[in-house]
Design a protein around this ligand. Sequence first.
Ligand SMILES: Cc1cc2nc3c(=O)[nH]c(=O)nc-3n(C[C@H](O)[C@H](O)[C@H](O)COP(=O)(O)OP(=O)(O)OC[C@H]3O[C@@H](n4cnc5c(N)ncnc54)[C@H](O)[C@@H]3O)c2cc1C
Length: 398
Amino acid sequence: MMAAGQAAEVGAETLLLEKMDRPGRKLRIAGKGRCNLTNLAPLSEFVAHFGPNGRFLRQAFAQFSNSDLVAFFEKLGVRTVTERGGRVFPVSGQAQDVVDALVRWIRDQGATLRTRSPVERLLVEEGRVTGVQVSQGQVYHADAAIVATGGASYPATGSTGDGYRLAASLGHTIVPIRPALVPLETAGDVAPRLQGLSLRNVTVRVWGNGQKQAEAFGEMLFTHFGVSGPIILSLSRQVVDALRLGQRVILSIDLKPALDEGRLDARLLRDLDAHGKQQFRTLLKGLLPSKLIPVCINLTGIPSDKRAHQITSEERQRLRTWLKDFRLEVTGHRPFAEAIITAGGVDTREVGPRTMASRLVEGLYFAGEVLDVDADTGGYNLQAAFSTGWVAGRSAAQ
Ligand SMILES: Cc1cc2nc3c(=O)[nH]c(=O)nc-3n(C[C@H](O)[C@H](O)[C@H](O)COP(=O)(O)OP(=O)(O)OC[C@H]3O[C@@H](n4cnc5c(N)ncnc54)[C@H](O)[C@@H]3O)c2cc1C
């Protein structure tokens, strides 16, 4: 929608072909229906959230930045509010308002929106785009085409990965696609026993074949299949890649990240001293959420009815180690249908970062998640889609 509106605004006759019955289905569910439009982080920090491919986006962000996006939506009547961590949302808390504003705007610019029109083929003659063909066989002639078909995540929204096939058919390299920002499955019955428990202010470390791959501090959640929540989704990129390499992946949860081993030991000694007559399970109430207590007793092997003053120093060490290093083995990840975003896609080395133009086919452009760019949660992914859309629309029109 951003690409179509910009192309029309700078004077091109523009047709937006949308496969579904209406545009913006994914946008409508973004940010749990509140739509985290962008993030106010400064450019260098912003780009860092994309990992190595962030560099490709620099020029698009420079041409249409996060503050430009906020100003753009304010002009369309979508007032925004900035929340914790620089996250920007519409004041109304309604993603639908963002979709409606975009649809109104593209119509006002004179672009034509045609729904239920899945593009099947890009037409090319002598290395130049000549048009597209939709599924009913209808052909639309054009001097330029912008592929903005999204990724392969949440396919019910319409993003079923068609763009990868379209780009590959014209010779573009597709970096293998993987689910990203995706919940993880874990071995054994620990996660199901803890289902519904959310842990705040914990540090989770990812180990692949015994090597630390990544760590994150914040909130996580146990589910019937494993783990989810903000820091798990952020770490999933490294986990999915380690699993693909065939590595054994362990998540180590530090339940007391504010205390190093020494300070935690001193705290445990103090508690055991002060409450010598208490049973171990009662003592744990001061240390852990109640759902975790039976799991702790199980995994440390300390009898639940043992009195605090009878706990040996070896048992105390076991407890301390478990509190700092509660381990879960990752057996897999949830499918594309549950991944917030798709990693991989059209190889950015074959796309001009200043124009989003294909380096292989004249008149072909890319925008959004179909490109091999993906970031953490926080509004970065939508800004990337909007900025690359802005650039692709304008350069295609020119
Ligand atoms: C549950 C969820 C929550 C999210 N929340 C946020 C958030 O709060 N903030 C954030 O920054 N990011 C969020 N994201 C990610 C963000 O929504 C996407 O990265 C972004 O929508 C990508 O934009 P896009 O235009 O490239 O693709 P999409 O939004 O996927 O749009 C692609 C469009 O192309 C259409 N299409 C596909 N194939 C064809 C075809 N062959 N012919 C015609 N049309 C076709 C699709 O129907 C779709 O309408 C979220 C994602 C999910 C799944």
